[in-house]
Design a protein around this ligand. Structure first.
Ligand SMILES: [Cu+2]
Length: 132
């Protein structure tokens, strides 16, 4: 390769990187969706969510997902919180949590995620209804 060709190759790589960057979804284009909007009231219930890239509709695997809180804020009981334990996912792009739903009603699950290659944090609140 001549110096000129090396420079051209390097430029092509840079342009390629820029285009790839532009094609990336922004962090606001990701969201969590509940697989099932309801659970049975009781101990050790599993809540499964999918992290979705809204621009493509694809599930997003290998994100670092954390549940910060599960409480009954939707029913005016924000002080009624319960512990959330992360569980292994069953398929790529889904994330599972175990929790005890001690009371029937609406529970708010606060979720965060870091997505590979993206800046910022996905920050969602989902409402799960515990049924008697
Ligand atoms: Cu309650």
């Amino acid at each position: 390769m001549t110096t000129f060709n090396v420079a051209r190759a390097a430029m092509a790589v840079l342009i390629g990187a820029a285009l790839t960057g532009a094609a990336h979804a922004e962090i606001k284009n990701y969201e969590f969706r509940l697989i099932q909007p309801t659970v049975k009231t009781g101990a050790d219930r599993i809540v499964t969510v999918r992290l979705v890239d809204k621009t493509s509709g694809n599930a997003v695997p290998d994100a670092v997902v954390f549940a910060s809180r599960l409480d009954m804020a939707p029913d005016g009981m924000q002080e009624m919180a319960t512990k959330v334990t992360p569980m292994p996912g069953t398929e790529p792009g889904t994330y599972r949590f175990k929790a005890t739903f001690g009371m029937a009603g609406r529970w708010q699950l606060s979720l965060g995620a870091k997505v590979q290659g993206e800046t910022g944090t996905v920050d969602n609140k989902l409402v799960v209804t515990a049924e008697q």
